[in-house]
Design a protein around this ligand. Structure first.
Ligand SMILES: [Fe+2]
Length: 433
């Protein structure tokens, strides 16, 4: 049952739909006025037999206003490659970055909504999920852009990076609060590794250079282009945000892999980074072990990095109150698969090491849950967690809203969709402007 439901959960949907006036159980908080958007791979009918994670991106959006769930809508991101106008690999050594599956995340910055995948240029979309086109910051962006940019709450800047495959190289980007790409700084690296996410503190951008390398010969064969390589030494690169403050400095760590970080901050001469650590990935075939919440503490005086496992529960999709990005944050929220017994959303309290969980019934599959603050006061942890679950019994999905301060409690509100939202990646709550 669980396996059949999982297969169904990961199968792409075929139709784009518009649904109005969705049924709500519980009460939608009146403070929530905006759109919840979520991105994920959804290969169109007839697409080649690719890895499902490489499918073209589809956005799913629920609009909430004055306690009502007004609409649900889903749309493919109509990139130039989706429309058949270009291909990613134009010829050996030449890539068209306007070709994109745009399937990983969605962020809003300076009034633009961008659908992102780490291999290509961003694609701008509207709140109605119509595709505007590739966004290159007026031609200034020359590299792909990560699906995990970080906004600094203090400066309003959006920090990002690009890892180019051909020719290789890491570039650190700063986009100011008005949406202008103000700096693209090359960071020398020995070889191209998989870098899905990074972390940001008040002083530094933090890049993990880990032993998952890009293998061009595999890519040309059409095989999985990344593989584990024991010969590649794991290290953390600390890059000053201020270009006048010096070059990257590297710190050796134990081999591991990280898809997602859970914030970072400066602590005097130390830098603290939390993330979901995997012992290894793709060492043999497509195998991925479980990932666990972990802390790296970089001592910039001694050059040593201490590592602390924080939990042994397998989790992913870490989120936090993004008003705390670059500062110490008390809570991390994540999703856990409880070994076939069901799935949970967890809230970690980093201050005392405890965790609280909302356990969904068997047959309910949650995706990422985003934190939405309830108040404008800093250091106020009241808010909600919002995300989709797939309900196998209905063969359809719900948008679930939990009280972030009491996630054991039944959902504050559940919006029932008449259709499935298949497994996807990252979402965002976009308050009304
Ligand atoms: Fe991601």
């Amino acid at each position: 049952m669980q396996t059949i439901a999982t297969d169904r959960f990961t199968t792409a949907v075929r139709d784009e739909v518009d649904v109005v006036d969705l049924p709500v159980r519980g009460a939608l908080p009146l403070e929530l006025n905006g759109d919840y958007l979520r991105n994920g791979p959804n290969p169109p009918p007839g697409a080649s037999d690719m890895h499902p994670f490489l499918g073209d991106g589809m956005l799913h959006g629920v609009r909430i206003t004055n306690g009502r769930a007004l609409t649900y809508r889903n749309r493919w991101v109509r990139t130039r490659s989706f429309l058949g106008q270009t291909k990613y690999l134009k010829s050996f050594g030449r890539i068209d970055l306007t070709a994109s599956v745009a399937n990983t995340s969605v962020v809003e910055h300076a009034g633009r909504i961008l659908a992102l995948v780490e291999s290509s240029f961003p694609y701008e979309v509207t709140r109605e999920l119509e595709t505007v086109g590739p966004h290159t910051f007026g031609g200034r962006l020359k590299t792909p852009m990560t699906a995990h940019p970080k906004r600094c709450p203090r400066t309003g800047e959006l920090h990002a990076f690009g890892m180019s495959l051909l020719p290789g190289g890491l570039t650190y980007h700063r986009i100011d609060a008005t949406g202008t790409l103000v700096e693209s700084r090359p960071i020398p690296i020995a070889r191209v590794t998989m870098m899905h996410d990074f972390a940001l503190t008040a002083s530094s951008a933090i890049f993990f250079d880990l032993p998952v390398i890009f293998d061009l010969t595999r890519a040309v064969r059409g095989a999985m282009p990344y593989r584990w390589d024991d010969k590649h030494r794991a290290r953390i690169g600390v890059v000053p945000r201020d270009p006048a403050a010096g070059a990257v400095r590297w710190y050796a760590i134990d081999p591991c892999f990280v898809f997602h970080f859970a914030n970072a901050h400066d602590d005097g001469d130390r830098i603290v980074v939390e993330g979901i650590r995997y012992r290894d990935v793709w060492r043999a075939g497509s195998q991925i072990e479980n990932g666990h919440l972990h802390r790296w503490t970089i001592d910039r005086t001694t050059g040593a990095v201490s590592e602390t496992p924080l939990d042994d529960v397998a989790i992913e999709f870490p989120r936090w109150d993004e008003r705390r990005t670059t500062q110490a944050n008390r809570f991390v929220y994540a999703v856990a698969d409880d070994d076939g017994a069901g799935c949970s959303v967890l809230r970690y309290d980093l201050r005392d090491g405890s965790s609280q969980r909302h356990r969904f019934p068997a047959g309910a599959f949650p995706g990422e849950f985003s934190f939405i603050a309830a108040s404008d006061r800093e250091n106020d942890d009241t808010g909600w967690l919002m995300g989709f679950i797939y309900d196998a019994a209905r063969d359809a999905s719900d948008l679930v809203i939990l009280d972030a301060t009491d996630i054991n409690a039944p959902p504050v509100a559940t919006v029932s969709l008449p259709v499935r939202v298949p497994f996807g990646f990252h979402g965002a709550w976009l308050p009304n402007p």
